[in-house]
Design a protein around this ligand. Structure first.
Ligand SMILES: CC(C)(COP(=O)(O)OP(=O)(O)OC[C@H]1O[C@@H](n2cnc3c(N)ncnc32)[C@H](O)[C@@H]1OP(=O)(O)O)[C@@H](O)C(=O)NCCC(=O)NCCS
Length: 364
């Protein structure tokens, strides 16, 4: 950290929010317990234009009080992790992503003092089988901020994982719905996260079940490689408006649940369909809806045919990089549809999505 021109120690600043207002947590690593003085915190807060800066020394003992909420008619519960479950979250991350230890998030971030806006586990018979956590974020996506009309605090949802053998039981969906409920209690309207655009399970969950949308794109966003990411790790930026709902002309935004996976034929006749074999051709997209084919099994494809996986990544990257956004000729991804055994991401012209958001009703 540089303070008054001198490099002193390494520390990280995390946006936070509490009854004291909008501030930062100063995450320090002082084994000897030598924390910064109050005057340093105050000067830093002034420099950052924040209401306060609160120090959090990782070497101190930080506890968390667990909570547990049943989910109606389902055999699992969700709630805040205890201190020992914080450690299990790290182990679950390692199992699900086969990540190196260096790529694992520290377990103490789930403590009460670190004050994450989302820190949740799902338990079956009291044992964690999945998790979801996220950080405060100072602003939301710029174009969305313009559309919603004010600068606001949002949540950057960092990671969600369900242990193998427990997927497809509604755990991921219920963790996200619980996250949305907590966000509304915190008066936060938008939750963001990033996701690989070619993962079908995530796409159906994010777009069709949660009613989130993708309005920005980052090619080759992460440098890491692991079991789920063997080619450049490109990402959609997802936005989820948790306190608004829209349903009009096949456009559903906000926490809605699509009762079934729609067919491509359910959508507008003014639609352009890009099959996998068309992706490498030069494309000029002008229709109101564009359907982009994505693989049925992206993880399997990366293992079986890395050349084809790279090809698919390269050409979908080009499309999303050029066309995703809220500018006039751009598109926003809001749905997955199916045609026989093939899956498609549906991109709607941004004006259609903008009008839908503007007409949204609020969820209290
Ligand atoms: C993606 C993931 C979090 C989903 O969690 P989950 O608990 O299996 O999801 P749910 O059971 O709540 O499923 C919600 C919906 O997503 C869809 N879905 C989930 N898995 C699917 C799959 N393998 N194929 C097709 N659709 C799928 C379904 O529509 C499902 O709803 P339905 O069963 O009512 O039709 C989980 O598979 C996982 O941990 N994946 C690896 C890590 C990861 O990708 N994390 C997310 C990015 S950080």
């Amino acid at each position: 950290m540089t303070f008054k021109g001198n490099t002193t120690r390494i520390a990280f600043l995390f946006p936070t929010f509490s009854i004291k207002g909008h501030g930062y947590i100063l995450r320090t690593f002082q084994k000897d317990g030598g924390n910064y003085s109050e005057s340093v915190h105050t000067s830093l807060a002034d420099e950052l234009g924040a209401d306060f800066v609160e120090e959090y020394n990782t070497w101190e003992q930080h506890d968390s009080v667990q909570s547990d909420h049943p989910i109606e008619n389902l055999p699992f519960t969700v709630g805040r992790p205890s201190s020992s479950e914080g450690t299990l979250i790290r182990e679950m991350q390692k199992t699900i992503w086969a990540s190196d230890d260096d790529g694992l998030y520290p377990s103490d971030i789930h403590s009460d003092k670190f004050n994450l806006p989302t820190s949740l586990v799902a338990r079956v018979d009291g044992v964690p089988v999945g998790f979801l956590f996220g950080f405060y974020r100072i602003a939301c996506n710029k174009s969305l901020e313009n559309l919603l009309g004010e600068k606001r605090i949002s949540i950057e949802s960092q990671l969600m994982g369900i242990l193998p053998g427990n997927e497809k039981r509604g755990i991921g969906y219920n963790l996200k719905m619980h996250q949305a409920e907590i966000a509304r209690e915190l008066r936060i309207d938008v939750i963001h996260w990033t996701v690989d655009p070619l993962q079908i399970a995530n796409a159906i969950l994010n777009f069709n079940k949660l009613g989130a949308f993708a309005c920005s794109f980052y090619p080759n966003y992460y440098s890491f490689r692991n079991e789920l990411n063997q080619v450049p790790a490109s990402r959609f930026e997802i936005a989820w408006l948790v306190s608004r709902r829209v349903k009009s002309n096949n456009m559903q935004i906000g926490p809605w649940t699509e009762p079934r996976l729609p067919e491509l034929s359910d959508y507008s006749s003014d639609m352009q369909v890009l099959l996998q074999e068309d992706l490498s051709k030069s494309q000029q997209l002008t229709k109101s809806v564009v359907a982009v084919e994505i693989p049925v099994d992206w993880v399997g494809l990366q293992k079986k045919n890395i050349a084809l996986a790279n090809h698919w990544r390269l050409y979908t990257d080009r499309i999303f990089q050029t066309y995703l956004g809220f500018e006039e000729d751009q598109y926003v991804v809001t749905r997955v549809a199916r045609n026989k055994k093939r899956y498609f991401l549906l991109m709607f012209k941004s004006g259609i999505v903008t009008r839908a958001i503007e007409s949204a009703s609020r969820i209290v």
